[in-house]
Structures are given as C-alpha cells and as structure tokens.
Design a protein around this ligand. Structure first.
Ligand SMILES: NC(=O)c1ccc[n+]([C@@H]2O[C@H](COP(=O)([O-])OP(=O)(O)OC[C@H]3O[C@@H](n4cnc5c(N)ncnc54)[C@H](OP(=O)(O)O)[C@@H]3O)[C@@H](O)[C@H]2O)c1
Length: 271
C-alpha cells in the first residue's frame, strides 16, 4: 500500500537514540519504520512499524529496503543510527574484532545507503542522516577503533553528499556528545588485552561510563535528527547537545598543540 505521508527508516530503533528518533519522527507526521536485529523482542511503539535488520548482512539490508518500498511505496529519510562502541588500546584488539566494528558502524551504513539511493534518486529527493559522534571529529585514546569508524563515516558522508546533491538527495551528519543510552553496556571489550595498558584502559572505561551516565537524554539527539530531516535548508553537520556544540567549536578554533594537551589532561595521560 503506497502512502502519501513522508516515510522514514531508522536503523537500530530498539533502544536509545534510535528509539527516541523513531518516536520524534512519528510525532512529526512521518510514517516510521524502525529496525532491530530481533523485532520479536522489541516492545510495540505507537505509529512505528518494526522490521528485522542486521546491517552486517547484504541480504538483510536488501530485503528490508524492498519490504519498505513494497509496503509504503517510497523512502524519504534514512537514519543510519545502528552502531556499537568499542574500548581498549588499539593494540589490544584483533584485526577481526576491528573489522567487526567497522562492519556495523561503517560498512553497515554503506550497505543501507547503496540500497536506498536508487529509490531516492528515482524520486528526485531524499535525506540520509548518519549518526556520527563527537568522536567523528576529535580523538579519544583507548577508543581508537570506534573513533576511526566515526571519522570514516564523516569523510564518507561529506563526499557522498556532493555526489548526490544534484539528484535531490542530501547526506547529513548528526554528532551527539555522550548520551544516556544502553551504549556503554553494549561496548565491545578488547579480545587481546595487554597488562601494559590495563591501568590506563580502566581509567578510560570509567570516563566513558561516567560520561554516558551523565550524558544528554536521547531525545536531544532525536531532535537534531528531526531538524536534519525537515530543515528546508539543511546543514551538513548538526551537533546534538551542549557538549558536542562546545567541542565542535573548540576543535576549530583551539591551536592543535593546546587541543592535544587538553585531550591528554582529560584522559589523565602523562603530559
Ligand atoms: N550513547 C552515546 O553516548 C553516543 C554518542 C555518540 C554517538 N552515538 C551513536 O549513536 C548510535 C546509537 O547508539 P545508542 O547510544 O542509542 O546505543 P544503543 O542503545 O546500544 O543502541 C544501538 C542500536 O544499534 C542496533 N544495532 C547494533 N548492532 C546492529 C546490527 N548489526 N544491525 C542492526 N542494528 C544493530 C541495536 O539494535 P538491536 O540490538 O535491537 O539489533 C540498537 O537499537 C550509534 O551509532 C552510536 O555510535 C552514541
């Protein structure tokens, strides 16, 4: 059944930022499809259709996008929100583990993007909104793989946006700071820990746990995503929350050496 309302797909809508985003988009009048790897475990939400999706599977992504087109006739907004954190020194995780993080945070986004673009180009309109992070533009020791995945997402999105703009499609980034979700509980721990990094890793893990616990409410990020989905003249980047806004400004105006010192100080690393 084709719909006349705008249709939004939100990946990873079972919890946290994705759930809040699905609700915010539905309240704004979108027909919303939310995804989870196991929708049978997801509590029903008013106005949201839940469909299964594993972003690491080509077949799952193709099936999801086809299902949405068959059922709703179009996709106006794709929110690539599904993602996973990882901690530990860069030397402490196997390459397979690093690849698994990228398979969700980077290749997952590429899979859904490639699947949805032909439909958006044919419509002559659409928005792809990618959930980045402050770690898409600043470093974070003991989270190098996660940080690398979000930096990759930034470069991919900004480049792709130039390619598809003339087809009426925009690719936009939302950059949250620490947000109070299940993120920290789902963080992947390093599979090859080394004693030499243990003490500093524990300090870093505690900093992340405290930041997420005291972080913004998911609805703060959801509102930034809604703005990206609906602004008549969208921005390429939307920071979400006061910390992200401050850090984005500081990253641009603070000299590199001073910024480097602050990163070490914040992370309790020897200067
Ligand atoms: N929380 C923060 O402090 C923070 C800050 C900046 C950016 N972010 C970003 O915000 C996004 C959402 O994170 P969150 O904080 O809301 O964490 P969350 O509560 O743990 O939610 C993560 C979502 O991703 C989904 N997911 C995980 N692996 C998947 C896969 N292979 N295929 C499909 N879906 C998958 C999960 O769905 P199922 O388990 O149901 O499949 C879940 O709905 C992530 O991209 C994260 O990097 C978070």
């Amino acid at each position: 059944m084709a719909t006349r309302r705008a249709v939004a797909v939100v990946t990873g809508a079972s919890s946290g930022i994705g759930r809040a985003t699905a609700l915010e988009l539905a309240a704004a009048g979108f027909d919303v499809v939310g995804t989870s790897r196991n929708t049978s475990k997801v509590a029903a939400l008013d106005g949201i259709t839940f469909l299964d999706l594993d972003v690491t599977s080509d077949a799952s992504v193709t099936a999801l996008i086809q299902q949405v087109i068959d059922r709703f006739g179009r996709i106006d907004v794709l929110v690539n929100n599904a993602g996973i954190g990882s901690t530990g020194a860069a030397e402490e995780s196997s390459l397979v583990q690093d690849q698994n993080i990228f398979d969700i945070n980077v290749f997952g986004v590429m899979r859904t993007t490639k699947a949805v673009l032909p439909h958006m180009r044919a419509q002559g309109r659409g928005r792809i909104i990618n959930t980045s992070s402050i770690y898409g533009f600043i470093p974070q020791p003991y989270m190098a793989v996660y940080v690398a995945s979000k930096h990759a997402l930034e470069g991919y999105s900004e480049s792709l946006d130039h390619e598809v703009r003339e087809h009426g499609v925009r690719v936009l980034l939302v950059e949250p700071g620490a947000t109070n979700t299940a993120f920290e509980g789902n963080i992947v721990q390093p599979d090859a820990p080394l004693a030499v990094y243990a003490q500093q890793r524990r300090i870093a893990d505690q900093l992340v746990a405290d930041a997420v616990k005291g972080g913004d409410a998911p609805v703060t990020v959801a509102k930034a995503i809604l703005a990206a989905a609906t602004d008549s003249t969208p921005k390429l980047r939307y920071t979400a929350g006061p910390l992200a806004g401050r850090l984005s400004l500081l990253r641009r105006i603070v000299p590199a050496r001073a910024f480097d010192r602050q990163i070490r100080k914040f992370n309790k690393l020897a200067s």
